[in-house]
Design a binder for this molecule. Structure first.
Ligand code: CA
Length: 226
């Protein structure tokens, strides 16, 4: 009798311990789930902006004109974003230069910053033209970004002064802007391009449009409750 009571006590104690451990583990897991969303807003002072300035959600691409995935992203995801959310005023979009491919990344960025400085209105068209000029992925390692190529791409925009553009690239007159971008992507620990952030939340997979939509919808919903 006594023995069996002790046995029961031991079993009950064990059950209690298991339950407590389980509760602790589950609540920890819960806390982790909640803290998984890391938000680090991007300071977009002086950066190109597509869409309404006061849109409730801001999407930022950290991209590199020399990066084949960025070209692919611009062809697969970006047009959907513009159609679904930029045109409706729900989001605005910005682009920060990343310089992971050396000299050509810098040249393209210097040129893009010059075009933006000269006429922000044509920036996004020029931006697209540069990506369009990127050769197919298999040949992307060959040198294709040159001052002459950038001048040629900009030549159809009458508001862009060719001499100014040449000077900005060759004498690195827009390097200060490129350096600001460099500081930004370092600050945000960008290790691959494209990196996409939505209101400061970095997307794990920039090509998962459903996941992008989900975060945007959540942010839109949250902005309505503010
Ligand atoms: Ca910039």
């Amino acid at each position: 009798m006594k023995k069996s009571t002790m046995k029961l006590t031991v079993i009950l104690t064990l059950v209690a311990v298991v339950l407590i451990v389980a509760i602790v583990v589950i609540s920890n897991k819960h806390a982790q789930d909640k803290t998984e969303i890391v938000r680090q807003e991007v300071d977009l002072t002086g950066q190109p902006l597509l869409g309404e300035e006061d849109a409730p959600v801001t999407v930022v691409e950290f991209g590199d004109f020399k990066c084949p995935s960025c070209k692919a992203w611009g062809e697969m995801i970006y047009p959907q974003l513009v159609e679904d959310y930029v045109l409706s005023g729900d989001i605005n979009f910005s682009y920060v230069n990343v310089l992971f491919h050396g000299k050509e990344s810098i040249l393209a960025s210097l040129g893009a910053e010059s075009v933006y400085k000269q006429d922000p209105e044509v920036y996004w068209d020029f931006h697209k033209k540069v990506f369009d000029a990127q050769p197919e992925a298999a040949r992307h390692d060959e040198v294709w970004v040159t001052t002459e190529k950038l001048l040629e791409l900009a030549s159809e925009f009458p508001t862009i002064n060719q001499e100014q553009l040449r000077q900005d690239i060759d004498e690195q007159l827009t390097l200060a802007q490129v350096d600001i971008d460099k500081e930004l992507y370092k600050k945000h620990n960008v290790s691959q391009t494209p990196t996409i952030t939505i209101n400061g939340i970095t997307m794990e997979n920039p090509f998962d449009y459903e996941a992008i939509k989900e975060v945007i919808e959540n942010e839109l919903e949250a902005s309505k409750n503010e």
